[in-house]
Design a protein around this ligand. Structure first.
Ligand code: MF3
Ligand code: CO
Length: 249
């Protein structure tokens, strides 16, 4: 079932999204060579709690942390650890969210640390741009496939590939609601977009092939071919005036 939100509900949800975006910003500012992913997770958790919200990934299906922090060939769901040290040249994908007054926010970004390769920079900007292409297509009266195709077309034109095994999602009083929002698809296909829908659009883009595998920890998703991967995500509301990005500080 797709839950449409009233303007009043959207304004409460906007707070959860603002806190989610603030936590992502705080982590982004703390990323530097030598810091551990466990330390970064602690910084985000502290920030979210200081805003009167709660981290919404923690304990979700048993997930043990506030953020997912995925480095280089890791696509998503990397578990923060005090043993995992970030170094110059890494690309670091951070995904996190907060729940506030019953509503969820969810966002992600990939950060370049120190001197990263030109390839990595191209992958990161194409992934970020593809998110904005997807957001532009999130218009009432259109369909989910319009979003999916806008993302896919943008990244494939640049020689990168779209992860198929994980997708974006509706979001609201639950972290994951209907509908699914794939990052690949056909314009004009899929359910119709309506005002009041709130969705998390989140392209996961590989430098090489689209296939992924999961580590024995049961969470960490890696590219099968070992190539780099990037991830950007915003929570977006579909309104009569067009798409509204909710996850902004
Ligand atoms: N951030 C993921 C998403 O965008 C959800 C993470 S699942 C968790 O949908 F268990 F790690 F929280
Ligand atoms: Co999400």
């Amino acid at each position: 079932m797709i839950v449409l939100k009233t303007a009043r509900e959207l304004s409460v949800m906007k707070e959860a999204c603002r806190i989610s975006a603030g936590a992502l910003q705080v982590i982004g500012q703390a990323i530097e060579p030598g810091v551990t992913t466990g330390e970064l997770d602690g910084i985000a958790e502290k920030y979210i709690l200081s805003q009167g919200a709660k981290p919404n990934f923690k304990n979700y299906q048993g997930y043990p942390a506030t953020a997912c922090i995925s480095i280089n060939n890791e696509v998503i769901h990397g578990i923060p650890s005090n043993k995992r040290v970030i170094k110059s040249g890494d690309i670091v994908s951070v995904d996190l969210g907060a729940v506030f007054n019953g509503y969820h926010g969810d966002n992600a970004a990939t950060f370049a640390v120190g001197d990263v390769s030109a390839e990595a920079k191209r992958l990161i900007s194409a992934t970020e741009e593809s998110l904005y292409e997807g957001i532009k297509a999130a218009r009432a009266g259109g369909r989910i496939g319009d979003i999916s195709n806008a993302i896919q077309r943008y990244v494939e034109a640049r020689g990168f590939s779209v992860v198929r095994d994980f997708v974006g999602h509706g979001i609201g009083t639950q972290l994951h609601e209907s509908p699914e929002v794939p990052n690949f698809g056909t314009p004009g296909k899929g359910i119709r977009l309506l005002p009041g829908m709130t969705i998390a659009i989140e392209p996961m883009i590989n430098f090489g092939r689209p296939e992924v595998k999961i580590l024995p920890d049961g969470w960490t998703v890696l590219t099968k071919d070992g190539s780099l991967s990037a991830h950007f995500e915003h929570t977006v509301a579909i309104t009569p005036d067009g798409p509204q990005i909710m996850t902004v500080v």
